[in-house]
Design a binder for this molecule. Structure first.
Ligand code: GTP
Ligand code: MG
Length: 194
């Protein structure tokens, strides 16, 4: 994918504030601090299109970015961070569930898991949820640069087992080394072509 333009469109919490569903859309979901915003920046080759932070729970709104005037990328708020106020944490489920259920232009969702961890019940639920709404799921193991090659292979095998997916389905990704960037674009282009 050649990136000619990447622009922030808007932030929203509820459907009334989403931009019109005029472009195919790909969403990015995962725990707080897993690297969603960094991954989007890497994909579109912009250092600071999407704000990243070493403080988990930074992104608490649904943020829409338009790429090349015809593809929407959506940075979803992270979940599972204990220090986020309870009221905000409670909002997460309904906010994302509504988005997935109502967003007619949503074609695919990239589900990020830290390569050093195992997918947990939140990831399994999220994937079920996406499938129920016929949204294609792309699982990605992030921060791959933090592990040795041997450890990565081991972690990918374990994650694939936990998700009940083929190992090759899981993309190893690093915002630092840009590992997996092309593989991820290829997968997304496949989804968008359908
Ligand atoms: P929230 O918006 O809070 O949910 O976080 P996020 O998932 O958007 O994570 P973000 O991209 O802000 O990254 C969180 C931290 O992890 C930052 O300090 C990043 O620099 C770091 N980080 C993200 N991706 C990578 C990666 O691939 N490798 C390494 N080493 N660090 C990363
Ligand atoms: Mg973020």
């Amino acid at each position: 994918m050649i990136i000619k333009s990447a622009e922030f469109i808007t932030s929203a919490v509820q459907p009334a504030h989403y931009p019109p569903p005029d472009h195919p859309e790909i969403a990015f979901a995962g725990r707080s601090n897993v690297g969603k915003s960094s991954l989007i920046n890497t994909l579109v080759r912009r250092k600071r299109l999407v704000k990243t932070s070493s403080t988990p729970g930074r992104t608490q709104l649904i943020n829409f970015f338009l790429i090349n005037g015809d593809l929407m990328l959506v940075d979803l708020p992270g979940y599972g961070y204990a220090k986020v106020p309870a009221a905000v944490r409670k909002q997460w489920g309904p906010m994302v569930e509504t988005y997935v259920a109502r967003r007619t232009s949503l074609k695919g969702a990239v589900v990020l898991v830290d390569a050093r961890r195992r997918p947990e019940v939140e990831e399994l639920n999220l994937i079920d949820w996406l499938r129920q709404h016929r949204v294609a799921v792309v699982p990605v193991l992030t921060k791959a640069d933090k592990l040795s090659k041997t450890e990565l292979i081991k972690q990918r095998r374990a994650a694939a087992q936990a998700l009940d997916m083929a190992e090759e389905a899981l993309i190893l990704f690093s915002a630092k080394s840009r590992l997996g960037k092309e593989a991820l674009w290829q997968r997304l282009e496949g989804i968008l072509a359908h």
